[in-house]
Ligand binder design. Structure first.
Ligand code: F6P
Length: 326
């Protein structure tokens, strides 16, 4: 028979994402509402191994819903992927009587949770928290909406100066293996081209389109490139400068600005809904799943199905980019 969950831990793992604090708040307050003891685990799985665990109260999460980053801090913990690391983590949780854990993070964090819950009798519930939005089984991840809006705001600003100088800007946005931020922010800012890892970059095609635009004096152009795209923003800048010498080119890398900042209303909302659902899962005995939202409904997907989602590149989207930026 499954044991009743009485004490739960919560941690954030991997790259931080705006809205993680809102999710922590929801887990803590829903847990306490249901008479559970709730423990914060610092720096992701590292805190489990180092026994950096503390009891949380309702007041521990006051005034954090609007804050970026994560009050629990985060880490990418290699030790948790060793047998000894997980054993130490289990011993620490067991000593405190923690018999359920909520993990807020990306697919790598979910993989860790899956291995851990298979080895030890501690149910784990995942909440998708990543700006990259690259987890299969959910329409949204906590942090994507904020990150993409930050990118949009920054690209709009770059366009002002691009316009003032008649320049071409190549703007790199985040997304190690995924082009979601690039595609969404690129369409929303009227980018002339968008390059993403899911699609082979036709450098010749990109240059030829610019030559054609240059010929009809369309000199202000924005090309949004995902960080994980194979050719690279800087390299592309060099090629364009060589091929169109009288076109001024600048490369801007937005970087970690996209990971910080106050979460949008949307991210706060899904983080709150998902945090609440995670505790409900533990109470209902629904173990070793992660919480996803599909068509605005909560879904519970087995942790072992948490694979990186490669976006299905709809050719329609690229057609929209081409037509609307002509
Ligand atoms: O969290 C996802 C992400 O922001 C990716 O888009 C990016 O490639 C990576 O994390 C950067 O990680 P780090 O901050 O560890 O360099």
């Amino acid at each position: 028979m499954e044991k009743k969950v009485t004490k739960i831990g919560v941690l954030t793992s991997g790259g931080d994402a705006p809205g993680m604090n809102a999710a922590i708040r929801a887990v803590v307050r829903t847990g306490i509402y249901n008479k559970l003891e709730v423990y914060g685990i610092k720096r992701g799985y590292q805190g489990m191994i180092d026994n950096d665990i503390f009891k949380m109260e309702s007041t521990s999460v006051a005034n954090i819903i609007q804050r970026g980053g994560t009050i629990l801090k985060t880490a990418r913990c290699k030790d948790f992927f060793t047998t000894e690391g997980r054993k130490k983590a289990y011993e620490n949780l067991n000593a405190l009587g923690i018999n359920g854990v909520v993990i807020i993070g990306g697919d790598g964090s979910f993989r860790g949770a899956q291995i851990f819950s298979r080895e030890y009798d501690i149910p784990c519930i995942g909440l998708p928290g990543t700006i990259d939005k690259d987890i299969a089984g959910t329409d949204f991840t906590i942090g994507f909406d904020t990150a993409v809006n930050t990118a949009v705001e920054a690209i709009d600003k770059v366009r002002d100066t691009a316009d003032a100088h008649d320049r071409l800007f190549i703007i790199e946005v985040m997304g190690r293996d995924s082009g979601y931020i690039a595609l969404h922010s690129g369409i929303a800012t009227g980018a002339e081209n968008i390059l993403i890892p899911e699609r082979k970059t036709d450098v010749e095609g990109v240059v030829n389109a610019l030559i054609e635009k240059h010929g009809r004096k369309k000199l202000v152009n924005i090309i949004v490139v995902a960080e994980g795209e194979e050719f690279g923003a800087v390299e592309l800048g060099k090629v364009i400068t060589e091929r169109i010498p009288d076109q001024e080119v600048r490369v801007t890398i937005l970087g970690h600005i996209q990971r910080g900042g106050s979460p949008t209303c949307f991210d706060r909302l899904i983080a709150s809904r998902m945090g609440y659902a995670a505790v409900e899962c533990l109470l209902e005995g629904r173990f070793n799943v992660f919480v996803g939202i599909l068509n605005n409904d909560m879904h519970y997907i087995p942790l072992d199905k948490a694979v990186k989602k490669k976006q299905r590149m709809s050719e329609d989207w690229m057609k929209i980019v081409k037509i609307l930026s002509s």
